[in-house]
Design a protein around this ligand. Sequence first.
Ligand SMILES: [Zn+2]
Length: 130
Amino acid sequence: MEPPKIWREKRQRYLGTGIECSDCNNKNFPFTDYCPNCGSEKVEEYKLAERGKIVQFSQVNQTAEEMTTYVPYAIGIIELEDGIKVTGQIVDIDYSQIKVGLHVRMVLRILAKDGEEGLIKYGFKFVPVD
Ligand SMILES: [Zn+2]
């Protein structure tokens, strides 16, 4: 049997799932068992908006060993269309082309490969919207 917490973390990673509070309507990411705004435990899974725009970004030149094949890469804070801000890698675009206000959408990509075992971690990244 798979413990619910692990199942939820997995879902969150794959789908970009946050919470919506039934008491105060606060939306938040990542998924938590309670509302960080009002403390209520009446929270529902909430699927994040898939589109947003870049509000801040920077280039990463040093990172964990499992990510070194991606260095240098761009990481940004994205304000999604539902107002939630998330941090993610910005890909499929030259760093010099990235700017604040650029519209992006969430895509499922490989985050890291774990050495010889070939364990692959998936998560969301952001690509420019045409
Ligand atoms: Zn709340």
